[in-house]
Design a protein around this ligand. Sequence first.
Ligand SMILES: [Fe+2]
Length: 286
Amino acid sequence: MTRAEILAADVKVEPIKPAVGAVIHADRSQLLSKEVAQLTLRLIEAHGVVVFPCAGLSDQEQQAFTENLGASVNFTKSAPGGNKSESAGYNITLDPKINNEPEYVQGTFFYHMDGMPLANMPPPRASVLSCRKKSPSGGQTEFASTFAAYDALSDEEKAEYAKLRVIHSLVAGVREVKPAEELQPHMRSRKTERPLVWTYPSGRKSLLLGYTADEVLGMPKAEGRALLARLLEWAGQPAFSYRHHWQEGDLVVWDNCGALHRVIPYTANSGRLMHRTSVAGVELAA
Ligand SMILES: [Fe+2]
């Protein structure tokens, strides 16, 4: 048997819903193989999000898994709990001993795409998240496919939205948590412009949405925000979204420009601890 045949026999893929999500059942020994990396990249573009139940990877193994998907990027060096190294992950926690800016994490209670307001880099291609300690209540992560949301638009809507550009800001991303004037200056300055419709080299298209999306260029503010709110509701409908109930050791990978994510609120004393790594994006044609 060839290596690819052995892998095909050992790895089982099971869709979660027709429009979003897939589970990859693979032996732990296969997870760092190039074949699983290729399969993961293919499946996140097809399904938005993939789950490896109880993968049980260490921080170093998760970093190696991430680098098999592409160059890794650490865009949360300055975030509470962040690490200065480019090849390091980010420990996501509300523990006040580690995190003195909880609004940064509480912003994740609202649908977003990672790194969207950062002007100095393309949005990450994929995010890799594993559960180190789950919360006794809350803490599940919901994903909403903006591939599915785009695919189901009418031809007229697709043509109209293809022309639009959107301002994303961190201030907007945490607007439900803290007013702009109370944020630290480094958070207030994060702002950039992105196309509403994101096009992949394969031709696959998605919508770049989320709470960071603040206004549509060239549109009155209320009209633009109303459009962004409607599209967010559209993407979040049950047929396009999936709620992951974490078990410790689970590893979830998603296409960061094709799936929104948010966490169901949990408390600072829950002990919840997640480890995130990110695959760098490439700037694509608008
Ligand atoms: Fe996130």
